[in-house]
Design a protein around this ligand. Structure first.
Ligand SMILES: C[S@@+](CC[C@H](N)C(=O)[O-])C[C@H]1O[C@@H](n2cnc3c(N)ncnc32)[C@H](O)[C@@H]1O
Length: 196
């Protein structure tokens, strides 16, 4: 039996240690969406310590599973420990490595794809999400407003490249005729795109 009471402890660890886990506002929005969708298969890019994947696992359909990808081995280890602590090993599969190396090998279709990793690679992640998300499925991308920098004229910054790439990313998603997409100013900015 899953014991979701440990989630508060995992969240506190993440916030205390400055691990960039989902903001409360974004988590609330996404979990309310998931509670309506009741997905069978979810793909997450960016596991960190497993906080979002464990939170999402509550809303899976019977027999459902989340595949989540993480590049840093220490985080993979922590995520696996947290998943075991909560008792959701049968619902979450952690894949270790660079998502851009792993994604080409995935062939299953997903009801929901959640992108929450390196901002400079969102365009590439999204290409894979489009291939892997089923018709009628939903692709969500977090942190697309990058602490407000994407919407502002914030230019002379070392993260300028990431900001420019995120702007291109947002435009390409919003203009894609195969998607019903919106940009929400929730948390650090969320893209929610339904595949037509
Ligand atoms: C914002 S955190 C994920 C937070 C997590 N989704 C949550 O809310 O609990 C982003 C994670 O993506 C990982 N990451 C960054 N680039 C990646 C890549 N190319 N492939 C896989 N993981 C990556 C980072 O190591 C980091 O742990």
């Amino acid at each position: 039996m899953a014991n979701y009471e440990y989630l508060a402890e995992i969240e506190k660890y993440g916030r205390d240690n400055k691990i960039p886990i989902l903001l409360d506002e974004s988590l609330d929005y996404i979990t309310s969406l998931l509670s309506r969708i009741k997905p069978y298969r979810v793909l997450e890019i960016g596991t960190a310590i497993g906080f979002s994947a464990i939170s999402f696992s509550k809303y899976l359909a019977e027999g459902g599973r989340i595949d989540t990808i993480e590049i840093e081995s220490l985080r993979v280890e922590q995520a696996l420990q947290n998943i075991e602590k909560v008792g959701v090993q049968d619902k979450i599969r952690v894949l270790e490595g660079d998502a851009l190396d792993i994604l080409p090998y995935l062939t299953e279709e997903y009801d929901v794809v959640f992108i929450d990793a390196a901002k400079g690679k969102y365009n590439e992640f999204f290409e894979h999400a489009l291939r892997l998300c089923k018709k009628g499925g939903t692709i969500i991308a977090d942190n697309v407003l990058y602490k407000g920098m994407v919407m502002s004229d914030y230019n002379k910054h070392k993260q300028r490249t990431a900001v420019t790439k995120l702007r291109t990313f947002i435009d390409s998603v919003l203009e894609n005729p195969n998607l019903d997409a919106k940009l929400l100013e929730i948390g650090d900015g969320l893209i929610v795109a339904k595949v037509k």
